[in-house]
Ligand binder design. Structure first.
Ligand SMILES: NC(=O)c1ccc[n+]([C@@H]2O[C@H](COP(=O)([O-])OP(=O)(O)OC[C@H]3O[C@@H](n4cnc5c(N)ncnc54)[C@H](OP(=O)(O)O)[C@@H]3O)[C@@H](O)[C@H]2O)c1
Length: 146
């Protein structure tokens, strides 16, 4: 199994621990009433149920950890602020350095510019309701299988 420990550590710190630290400092500052959204960039590959191809050990594991963290946060936050929504977002495949090595297998109309991806995600965020809290929601508004 190709697993590079230093890479796995950095990836986990960036993708899972980083957002957790942001949440730790931000969420206590939110108003308890009214609609709040805490959204982090996750990825469909962090889904355990949707994993049909394997590979990408560090990246998948770090996003799965992030998704679990978002679910925990959602449960704990709902007790004191029922209108606060905590979600992971899957932006689709976006034309950045990260996706460049994998873009050949992506149909042209499914490779989004960063601007298009950000616009879609803002629309998704606008449409979220408290029933979405704890989930990962994709660019098309659909919930990703946990
Ligand atoms: N691109 C996709 O298709 C895609 C798909 C699903 C999810 N996502 C998610 O979307 C988010 C943004 O990805 P992207 O495509 O924009 O990737 P990107 O172009 O490679 O940018 C990654 C960003 O993360 C920063 N970064 C990387 N390693 C870091 C570290 N150790 N500490 C602090 N910052 C670090 C980079 O900083 P520097 O600019 O300083 O290097 C850069 O700003 C990620 O969470 C990614 O998992 C992307």
């Amino acid at each position: 199994m190709p697993c590079n420990a230093p890479v796995a550590t950095i990836t986990s710190r960036t993708n899972a621990v980083g957002p957790a630290i942001v949440a730790k400092h931000m969420l206590p500052r939110l108003t308890l009433s009214g609609r709040n959204v805490f959204a982090v960039l996750s990825a469909r590959v962090g889904s355990i149920g949707d994993n049909r191809s394997g590979g990408w050990h560090s990246y998948r594991a770090s996003k799965a950890a992030l998704n679990m963290f978002v679910r925990n946060l959602a449960i704990e936050t709902a007790h004191r602020s029922p209108q606060t929504i905590c979600v992971g977002l899957h932006p689709g495949t976006v034309d950045t350095e990260l996706s460049r090595p994998f873009q050949r297998s992506v149909p042209e109309n499914r490779l989004f510019t960063p601007m298009a991806a950000a616009s879609r995600l803002l629309m998704v965020i606008d449409g979220l309701t408290p029933s979405d809290t704890g989930n990962v929601v994709a660019w098309d508004g659909n919930t990703v299988v946990p």
